[in-house]
Design a protein around this ligand. Sequence first.
Ligand code: SAH
Ligand code: F3S
Length: 444
Amino acid sequence: MNHIKKIFFYIENYGCQMNISDSEIIIAILLKNQFFLTKNIKKAHIILINTCAVRKKPELILINRLKKIKYLTSNNKIHPIFIVIGCLSKDNSFFLKKVNLIDFNIHPDSYKKLPYFINLYFKNKFPKNIQQINNKENYSDIIPFRKKNKITTFLSITRGCDNMCTFCIVPFTRGRERSRDPYSIIKECKNLYIQGYREITLLGQNVDSYIWNYENNKKIIDFSNLLDFLAKEIPFMRIRFSTSNPHDMSLQVIKIISKHKNICKHIHLPVQSGSNKILKLMNRKYTREKYINLIKKIKSIIPECSISHDIITGFCNEEEEDHKKTISLMNEIKYHYGYMFSYSPRPGTYAYKKLKDNVPLYIKKRRLKEIIDLQKNHSIFHMKKYLGKQQEILIEGVSKKNDQYWFGRNTQNIITVFPKKKYKIGQMVFINIIDYTSATLIGE
Ligand code: SAH
Ligand code: F3S
């Protein structure tokens, strides 16, 4: 490749918000090292796919996508190298190399070495040690290449996870939990405000366990301190965060959310199951009762707060009785919205090794449908309450379904669309709600 003047890379992203944020870091690293970004896959010398291994489905999507890209580029003059980044199980990494769908894949802690690995590869030397976990890497020195709408963006404040939920592959693919220096976070947020951003989502697998010791452990900054600082330092920037593990959410965090107008009144609080037996098998460190208590505390301190969830159905040994407990929990809480999945065993996890995936697929599917239908009813229950009310919306862009409409979200993270008229992207506007669907408010 030495004879090529410009080396182009193409990147595609799958999975969570953290992956979107990571792709922005990877682009920044490659641009800094004299590689050029292209949106044209046929022009690319390097094809990067940022993938997710949390469930089985994204892995199947990855395989199909790789096959399609191989086909698309097969008649090209350029023979691109294929690199998978992000979370990938060891089995799949081995498989993808064996069937020649990728050249190599690298660990989420090794992105800074990507230019080095690519150059080695171009010299026909196969890069080694590309799967090394580096429990100190937090990329706080990289300014991500942000290409979204320039109004809302993500910022990772912790990486990795120490929780070891028995179903979850994240602690294996992303390593131990580590937090990022609070001053680098505040500095970056201030810069983002100057650039025109008006909403920032702080990201971590478990943001509430954010912790930073500095000045030789004389001062400790926890998540509530960080939120408090940020809310004061960037008073006109909306602040969101994701994800909170119910076990780690403190009363202090709830109080700080209620104290500042610019911290959005929405908490994503994955419950996973309403049955204590299943929660224990999942190694979630709370009970149904503690979870409900936490929601009660949130509601009493921030009555307008919306709550969303993640639920897994059909986990190992889940019986009808356990499923009914999940349903009764959902009925008790009535979430605004949620993400629901049927359990898929992930290689390397405790559940994969030690528990039996013994709920038949047709039962998993039926239970999943039941909770999805129930959630839809609960979402509608909440949406109805907005009718005739005014909502403060940050305009994020043009609605995908109708270019005569703006779209944005209210503080509770509910998507709202309304006729364009005179406003501009980035403005905060008050909108009258006149209609709704189960997922969108319609205003005028
Ligand atoms: N702490 C992260 C968790 C990432 S995984 C976060 O909350 O964003 C996101 C969700 O995927 C989990 O909350 C869980 O509901 C689901 N999930 C994780 N592993 C799964 C598995 N093996 N099968 C089905 N769903 C799973
Ligand atoms: Fe996974 Fe549990 Fe951490 S869901 S990311 S091990 S909090």
